[in-house]
Design a protein around this ligand. Structure first.
Ligand code: NAD
Ligand code: IPM
Ligand code: MN
Length: 347
């Protein structure tokens, strides 16, 4: 297996170091080699070289089996240009249309919702990942004046909406799940989200064993808090998916816990924690590495290394249950020590 690692910025470099440590423990335990190449693309690299991603960058990424990213974002690059090219650019160029974000609570103690445990918080969000408000169509006119006009268009295509909704139903079917909930804002966005309504109604009948449900995104956010147990699979657009998965992360114990995959089934895909570079935590050995380590497990699972992925998930669960974790989830360990605790449970 050939993996590219892009540590990126801030705590991204610290948490990916722990994910790599755990991949090395997997390699040792299962005796299967994992080749890892580290790519330096980051805010530092951009500020030193003027290059966000080199001209052959996306092709280079395609030559790996998968890519593991830490986080991108740095106050010294206020327009976030490098993150746009490295992270959003890869999502678009490699056509990683499935943003797979499981929301799974490992231990009741970590959940901020009253009387909710692991059986209440166990669903997945499929976020459309290649269009919506993220396409960068628009512009500013008379910028910086009192006459400024700012336009940023939301793009919804039949192909794009269809493939993510289909993916959500296929996932539910493969896992024996019985409900798929689509969330949009079709009461206000009566053109763009009418397409989501149309496609959802068109696709659902092909899955008679699955109950299709729908909420407007504002109500969905409320029901996630009040009754998360009703959800198995949620499918939504790019921006709404971004927002509700930070909310979902809070149910899991915080942003440090949440993992994600940016996937084009069958092609090189990119895995990363849901959190960002958390500049105020950077370099202090306090960031929780679990989101990054669980993202590495998602990567292995997606590449068919099921037993290896399961071993990582079990090691994470044991470390959490035994309190060998960072401060954000009630432990006393630093980032490196929390990574060691998981690595040790693998060997
Ligand atoms: P953030 O996710 O970096 O951090 C928000 C807060 O969540 C932190 O202050 C911290 O309290 C907590 N947190 C996040 N990760 C944690 C971890 N591993 N362990 C413990 N606590 C953790 O979000 P932000 O502050 O809004 O953004 C900071 C920068 O990161 C920005 O430049 C933003 O654009 C970027 N960003 C990048 C990604 C990505 O690369 N995928 C995702 C989100 C934000
Ligand atoms: C995420 C992040 C990114 C997004 C940012 C960094 C552009 O918040 O992966 O959740 O909005 O997709
Ligand atoms: Mn986000």
């Amino acid at each position: 297996m050939n993996i590219a690692v892009i540590p990126g910025d801030g705590i991204g470099t610290e948490v990916t170091a722990e994910a790599v440590k755990v991949l090395r423990a997997v390699e040792a335990r299962f005796g299967k080699p994992i080749a890892i190449e580290t790519l330096p693309w980051s805010a530092d690299y951009f500020l030193q070289t003027g290059v966000t991603i080199p001209p052959n960058g996306y092709d280079l990424l395609r030559s790996f089996d998968a890519v593991l990213v830490g986080a991108l974002g740095d106050p010294r690059v206020p327009d976030n240009r490098h993150a746009r090219d490295i992270l959003l650019g890869t999502r678009f160029e490699l056509d990683l249309y499935v943003n797979y974000r499981p929301v799974r609570l490992l231990d009741e103690r970590l959940c901020p919702l009253k009387r909710r445990g692991p059986s209440d918080v166990n669903f997945v969000v499929f976020r459309e990942n290649t269009e919506g408000l993220y396409v960068g169509v628009g512009g500013r006119f008379k910028a910086g004046t009192e006459d400024e006009i700012a336009i940023q268009e939301e793009l919804n295509t039949y192909k794009g909406v269809h493939r993510i909704i289909r993916h959500a139903f296929e996932f539910a079917r493969a896992r024996g799940l019985t409900r798929v909930c689509m969330a949009d804002k079709s009461n206000a966005m009566t053109d763009g989200h009418a397409l989501w309504q149309r496609v959802f109604k068109e696709v659902a009948p092909a899955y008679p064993e699955i109950q299709p449900t729908h909420y407007y995104i504002d109500a969905l956010a409320m029901y996630m808090v009040l009754d998360p147990g009703q959800f198995q699979v949620i499918v939504t657009n790019n921006l709404f998916g971004d927002i509700i998965t930070d909310l979902g992360a809070s149910f899991q114990g915080g942003l440090g816990m949440a993992a994600s995959g940016n996937i084009h089934p069958g092609r090189t895909s990119l895995f990363e924690p849901v959190h960002g570079s958390a500049p105020k935590f950077a370099g202090k050995n306090i960031a929780n590495p679990i989101g990054a380590i669980a993202s590495a497990a998602l990567m292995l699972e997606t590449l068919g290394w099921t037993a290896e992925a399961q071993a990582i998930d079990e090691a994470i669960l044991r470390a959490v249950q035994e309190g060998e974790v960072t401060q954000d989830i009630g432990g006393a360990l630093g980032t490196r020590q929390a990574g060691d605790a998981i690595g040790q449970r693998l060997s």
